[in-house]
Ligand binder design. Structure first.
Ligand SMILES: NC(=O)C1=CN([C@@H]2O[C@H](COP(=O)(O)OP(=O)(O)OC[C@H]3O[C@@H](n4cnc5c(N)ncnc54)[C@H](OP(=O)(O)O)[C@@H]3O)[C@@H](O)[C@H]2O)C=CC1
Ligand SMILES: Cc1cn([C@H]2C[C@H](O)[C@@H](COP(=O)(O)OP(=O)(O)O[C@H]3O[C@@H](C)C(=O)[C@@H](O)[C@H]3O)O2)c(=O)[nH]c1=O
Ligand SMILES: [Mg+2]
Length: 284
């Protein structure tokens, strides 16, 4: 093959990649990221022109109890992909997260800022980033945040589900970030893979999140407003919503180098949300 190889088949971003381009998407049955050697074998067998990793362990709270498994999937597997890509001299586009940052302060995080994850999921994703950088392969590590789409599990679908039975939902108002449509991430990954083939010197770490930055509470209100649901959203603080994994308060990402290097602007999440709700047939 001389096309694009995607790890992940059922996930939000993997699904959109398959909608946008003729990629070969490998599910868990074809390449289990928890199995050492599986990813390298898949890359060697298919000889793609580039690899996009859209598979990950994304259960943030469960990762606190399964950090070894999360680290195998989010740390070891991407590292192995990167070494296989280096050997074949092909680029790797890897998706990472705002949760590699500690969430302190109010300034948007720049790609070069020091990572200090506040939870096990973030640590596992940070391990993958380090392995990829050390491999020497041509790569882009694209950190995104708060992914949503009509397919798979995400905050939008959780809110819509809760609103079926509740008149009021309490949602944290002090965690700020950029909700990002999975489709925009998929399109960005495809564009970046193409540009890395022509310009491997663009190798590096980049940020890509939806604009404008918002709190989860504001995002929830936008969901119900656009969906025409009367559900009330009560703003609460993070301390009033205890979870096994700590979440960063400041998830703002400075995406300016993604725009200057790749020509990719931050996607407007309001527009993406409208599309998503239309796809789910819950818009007014
Ligand atoms: N969701 C979010 O809010 C955010 C996600 N990201 C990152 O974006 C990327 C894409 O996330 P998203 O599309 O939301 O992910 P999803 O949670 O929607 O999907 C994860 C995908 O990974 C696959 N997967 C999980 N474990 C394995 C395994 N052992 N072997 C093979 N495949 C496996 C899943 O397959 P299966 O269906 O078989 O389980 C699924 O296809 C990930 O790198 C994630 O860390 C970054 C920021 C925010
Ligand atoms: C369901 C619910 C959640 N919340 C809060 C919890 C949390 O702080 C926030 C979002 O909830 P979630 O469970 O969707 O959050 P979470 O799964 O942590 O989302 C994260 O997933 C990983 C994979 C990432 O990489 C991150 O960018 C981010 O998108 O909303 C409420 O306040 N009220 C509610 O009723
Ligand atoms: Mg979640």
């Amino acid at each position: 093959m001389s096309g694009l190889l995607v790890f992940g088949r059922t996930g939000q971003v993997a699904h959109e990649l398959q909608q946008l381009a003729p990629v070969l998407a490998l599910g868990r049955d074809a390449a289990d990221l928890a199995q050492p050697g599986a990813c390298a074998a898949a890359i060697q067998a298919n000889r793609p022109r580039a690899v996009i990793n859209a598979a990950a362990y994304t259960a943030v709270d469960r990762a606190e109890e399964e950090e070894t498994m999360a680290t195998a999937i989010n740390g070891a597997a991407p590292t192995e992909m990167a070494l296989a890509c280096a050997a074949l001299n092909i680029p790797l586009v890897h998706i990472s997260t705002d949760y590699v940052f500690p969430g302190t302060g109010h300034h948007p995080w720049a790609p070069g800022d020091i990572s200090r994850p506040a939870n096990a999921y973030g640590r596992s994703k940070w391990a993958g980033e380090r392995g990829i950088r050390a491999s020497g392969c041509t790569h882009a590590i694209l950190r995104t945040s708060w992914v949503f789409s009509a397919h798979g599990n995400n905050f939008v679908k959780t809110m819509l589900r809760l609103s079926e039975t509740l008149d009021q939902i309490n949602v944290v108002d002090d965690q700020i970030g950029g909700p990002t449509p999975a489709r925009a991430i998929a399109a960005a990954c495809l564009a970046i893979a193409g540009q890395l083939q022509e310009a491997p010197e663009k190798t590096g770490t980049y940020h890509f999140s939806g604009a404008p930055d918002a709190s989860w509470c504001a995002f929830a209100r936008a969901i119900f407003s656009l969906a025409g649901r009367p559900t009330r959203v009560q703003a609460i603080s993070t301390s009033a919503y205890p979870t096994p994994a700590a979440r960063p308060l400041n998830s703002r990402l400075d995406c300016s180098t993604t725009t200057s290097v790749f020509g990719l602007a931050r996607p407007d999440w309001h527009a993406g949300l409208k599309e998503c709700l239309t796809e789910l047939k819950v818009s007014t």
